[in-house]
Ligand binder design. Structure first.
Ligand SMILES: Cc1cc2nc3c(=O)[nH]c(=O)nc-3n(C[C@H](O)[C@H](O)[C@H](O)COP(=O)(O)OP(=O)(O)OC[C@H]3O[C@@H](n4cnc5c(N)ncnc54)[C@H](O)[C@@H]3O)c2cc1C
Length: 553
């Protein structure tokens, strides 16, 4: 049974993990396998992370389910069959609950507990972790599996507190089904969550008003049931397939053409795009090798998607409004939809451009833009997340010098390999800024990080040393590399959440590593092979307390 609230709120662990999504669950399993004393804290009432919180209608993965799942257990792989090409949120949540049950993880998980602070003590070389439930525990290692998209961002509109209807954020959706039947509903935001939920809400609402500031590129998922043949084939060959996937730039199984979009005749280019569109999902990204490097090449793909929008949406003015023009294709995470553009052909759907006609106020009965007033029964904020740094910055993390991580990151996140931070010994981040993270199939990146961290902890334990810390020099060099690689691409041209541009006041800096998963994996392996290059290993702890600690390992 899940341990909803532990009675013991003090104690000493080898490892404390924060967060019970894909990252935390596997991290916990690995730590237990390796014999570490471990405790995991999770703010939610259940495990699943992203898939626990994002229960909005239409929520599903945008990477094919067979790939968007763990590879670490052959048995797990064999016993779980996905029902659709892109699994829906309830199915992914069932999967993660199954993982927690199957590996008996709940006995070391404390739910409904938010970690509020983590303070490093240099003398004992340990972290003290405090929670909103009054726990105060100590751990040699603290692993932040807090998620990149786990702090929902609510736009600050005047008057929200006066609204008399119900309002929701897609990233914090109620557990009971929400019924919009017969209602006038407003959706604010047309990023991935908006694009997934709008077609579903439109089917229920009497009228749906979509308030769009920035149109996004979306491609069809071409979702459908997974046939038993496809499932069986994947199960039989998954080890080999997954190995192939790890060699691909985003660790996603798409075919990458080596050709330039500008080197082929127009008809051939169109044929390739059409084929990729029909294949669905991220296939479009691999159509040509220069799409994310060369604006002219990118324009050909962007024009193709815009022509598709014009072909699907019957009102040319609406099609025009839905067509992105301000940023290159894929420099904001490309959305993967089911029936998004066609939804705007419905009589009960109205698109409102709020870029030139901004929302001025939420009123008791709806919403007022500069030009008009809309009566609404419910409001849905599909306004995204304080990505990559939001959840870490909400915890008061004090490192070796006493400064907080938030202070250190005031000008943008700085990490070594996205895994560790100078000044914060023995603190690890899973899929943090500076790693491929959100630019990859995250489950692949997460498994890689969990395994790297686990190996590192065993290395430390085997040598009886207290821990390790990234050096400032290694961190500076890595961040310079992260930025240099980003600047070789078109990504910095977009005001994206990758750049922190969706949060007012957040420093504009490209946060994930775009150098590709294989290069990144190679770099991490080299660092390890060179005896943790770029890290300072702390001197062996020869004190009586240290000896006792070593003995307890
Ligand atoms: C709607 C949606 C769809 C997505 N689809 C895909 C996809 O198709 N493919 C893909 O690769 N990625 C996708 N992602 C990204 C997704 O976040 C990752 O794939 C993955 O689920 C992240 O797992 P995680 O464990 O690292 O973080 P999360 O799943 O975010 O889990 C972090 C957990 O930490 C907890 N937490 C945070 N702070 C604290 C604290 N202080 N104390 C206690 N607990 C805390 C949170 O409550 C949360 O449960 C999607 C994201 C969203 C929002």
């Amino acid at each position: 049974m899940p341990d909803r609230r532990s009675d013991s709120n003090t104690g000493a662990f080898d490892v404390v993990i924060v967060g019970a999504g894909f990252s935390g669950l596997y991290m916990l399993h690995r730590m237990r396998e390796l014999g570490f004393a471990v405790r995991l804290y999770e703010a939610g009432e259940g495990v699943g992370g992203t898939w626990f919180w994002n229960r909005y209608p239409g929520a599903r993965c945008d990477i094919e389910s067979v790939e968007y799942s763990y590879s670490f257990s052959e048995e797990l792989q064999r016993e779980w069959q996905w029902s659709e090409r892109y699994a829906s949120q309830p199915e992914i949540l069932r999967y993660l609950n199954h993982v927690a049950e199957r590996f008996d993880l709940h006995r070391d998980i404390q739910l409904e507990t938010r970690v509020t602070s983590a303070t490093f003590d240099e003398i004992g070389y340990r972290w003290t972790i405090e929670t909103d439930r009054g726990d105060q525990v100590s751990a040699r290692f603290c692993i932040m599996a807090t998620g990149c998209l786990s702090t929902a961002k609510l736009p600050e509109y005047k008057g929200l507190e006066t609204f008399q209807g119900n309002w929701y954020h897609t990233g914090n959706w109620p557990h009971q089904a929400v019924n919009f039947e017969g209602q006038r509903v407003g959706v604010i935001g047309t990023g991935s969550s908006g694009i997934q939920s709008i077609p579903m809400i439109a089917e229920q609402a009497s009228h749906l008003f979509v308030f769009q500031r920035t149109p996004n590129f979306s491609v069809p998922a071409q979702n459908g049931p997974l046939t038993p043949e496809v499932s069986q084939d994947w199960t039989a060959n998954h080890a080999e397939r997954r190995q192939q996937i790890r060699k691909l730039p985003f660790a996603i199984a798409i075919e990458h053409s080596p050709d330039s979009a500008l080197a082929v005749p127009t008809e051939e280019r169109q044929r390739v795009y059409e084929q990729r569109w029909q294949r669905g999902g991220f296939a479009m990204m691999g159509a040509f090798a220069d799409l994310i490097f060369n604006k002219e090449a990118n324009d050909t793909a962007a024009d193709f998607v815009r022509s598709k929008i014009r072909g699907i949406v019957s009102d040319p003015a609406v099609a025009q409004m839905l067509s992105p023009r301000d940023f290159p294709l894929a420099t904001k995470r490309i959305c993967v939809d089911t029936g998004y553009y066609a939804t705007f052909n419905r009589e009960n759907v109205t698109l409102i451009d709020v870029r030139d006609n901004p929302i001025e106020e939420i009123t008791p009965t709806g919403l007022r833009t500069r030009d008009a007033e809309y009566a609404l029964d419910s409001l849905v904020f599909a306004s995204g997340f304080d990505a990559m740094t939001g959840s870490l910055n909400r915890i008061e993390i004090r490192g070796r010098t006493g400064a907080t991580l938030k202070q250190k990151w005031a000008q943008g996140p700085r990490t070594y390999l996205g895994l560790m931070i100078a000044g914060f010994p023995n603190l690890f981040v899973v899929a943090g800024p500076g790693s491929p993270s959100v630019l990859s199939n995250m489950v692949v990146s997460i498994e890689h990080h969990v395994e790297w961290i686990a190996d590192c902890l065993v290395y430390i334990r085997d040598r009886g040393i207290s821990g390790l810390e990234a050096t400032e020099a290694a961190e500076d060099e890595w961040i310079a590399h992260v930025n240099a690689v980003a600047n070789m691409t078109l990504f910095p041209l977009a005001n994206s959440w990758y750049m922190g541009a969706n949060v007012p006041g957040k420093t504009r800096i490209f946060m994930p590593y775009i150098g590709g998963f294989p290069n990144y994996q190679k770099k991490c392996a080299e660092v390890t092979a060179r005896g943790y290059e770029g890290f300072v290993l702390s001197i062996p702890d020869r004190s009586a307390a240290g000896a006792a600690q070593a003995a307890s390992w």
